[in-house]
Ligand binder design. Structure first.
Ligand SMILES: [Zn+2]
Length: 340
């Protein structure tokens, strides 16, 4: 099969479109003909070099396609089904996995991180990862769902326990995870303040439901939040930006508010005053992707059309390099998708 592989870590130039052996599914696995695979920032980090990644490597966490072969132990999935893949790997038999807490499994990882992913014509995965999709969802849309929606759902619903009437500050509303968060907040009855770094992304954030927007280059986030909330602050801050916004994120919280974070795109170092934490009784929550339960909770809302995956643009698999460059420059709104 054809795949995008890299034999050394580095810039977009290390990505090679080449012939690699077809994956051979085990008897408990399903072979998928990949039709679409969306990019994530994780693809860039892995390409630049992360511990545990074996070379040569095939990236790709967000996959949609057709079932072409099923192992003899597989019962729920049939050949010919249109499907998307849960974007995670886990052992599926430890205490944490059987309790539905897959993200605490010792073997938990993102699909395409420690194993080969979907930047290829074929991928073999366990049956539990394979989920049929309705005809109303295109492959490109389906591939734009998994990682951002399970991550945003886990952050807002499972971790921060969002309630109707809450006000939520969504950092980076123009990003994949930001656009998912805006929609989930609105569906669950919250008011959304979204930030973005340019007018086009602010406009898109409003289209996806944001009630208020802040240009994080031209305006001070915390000051604007204070003005919008009549000096109260927000109930929840949805963070994934990191160093560049951290101070403003903390200052935007109301007393008793919750900051939940799943990333640090602009840097991992943050200054923090412990007196603010205890005197304002804040909660700081880390969040790492999500569980299969989260995924199955959010998917019906996608399949019914209430939540919409946001496709930025598509590239042929062979042009993965250009796709990486677009993501690296943050030019996208929503997901960049590769078509093998
Ligand atoms: Zn496990």
């Amino acid at each position: 099969m054809k795949a995008i592989r890299f034999h050394q870590f580095g810039g977009p130039e290390v990505l090679q479109y080449e012939d690699v052996p077809d994956p051979r599914p085990r008897e408990d696995q399903v072979l998928i003909r990949v039709r679409a695979c969306a990019l994530n920032h994780l693809d860039l980090w892995i390409r630049k070099g992360l511990p545990g990644v074996k070379l040569p490597h095939i990236n790709g966490s967000d996959v949609a396609g057709d079932v072409v072969e099923v192992g003899s132990y597989v019962s729920s999935v049939k050949r010919g089904m249109r499907v998307l893949l849960a974007p995670m790997t886990f052992c599926n038999h430890c205490a944490q996995c059987t309790a539905g807490q897959q993200s605490f499994c010792r073997e938990f990882s993102v699909l395409g991180y420690l194993n080969d992913g979907g930047n290829a014509e074929l991928i073999a995965v366990p049956e539990v990862n394979v989920i049929p999709i309705p005809d109303s969802l295109s492959y490109d849309e389906a591939a734009s769902v998994p990682l951002v929606f399970v991550t945003a759902w886990h952050m807002l619903v499972s971790r921060a326990q969002i309630k109707p009437g809450n006000t939520v500050l969504v950092l980076g509303g123009g990003s994949g995870v930001g656009s998912a968060a805006i929609q989930i907040c609105k569906m669950l009855g919250a008011t959304v303040i979204a930030t973005a770094g340019e007018e086009a992304k602010l406009q898109k954030s409003r289209e996806w439901g944001a009630d208020h927007t802040i240009d994080h280059y031209k305006q001070k986030i915390a000051e604007e939040v204070r003005r919008i909330t009549s000096k109260v602050g927000v109930d929840i801050v949805f963070e994934h930006v990191g160093s560049a916004t951290w101070e403003d994120s903390v200052r935007s919280l109301r007393p008793g508010g919750t900051l939940v974070t799943c990333g640090a795109t602009t840097g991992a170092e943050a200054k923090f005053d412990l007196r603010v934490l205890f005197s304002r009784q804040l909660s700081f929550l880390g969040s790492y992707m999500g569980t299969m339960g989260d995924f199955h909770q959010v998917l019906p809302h996608i399949f019914s059309g209430k939540l919409k995956p946001v496709v930025d643009r598509t590239y042929p698999l062979s042009e993965a390099r250009a796709a990486h460059e677009r993501l690296e420059k943050s030019e996208q709104f929503g997901k960049i998708v590769l078509n093998p």
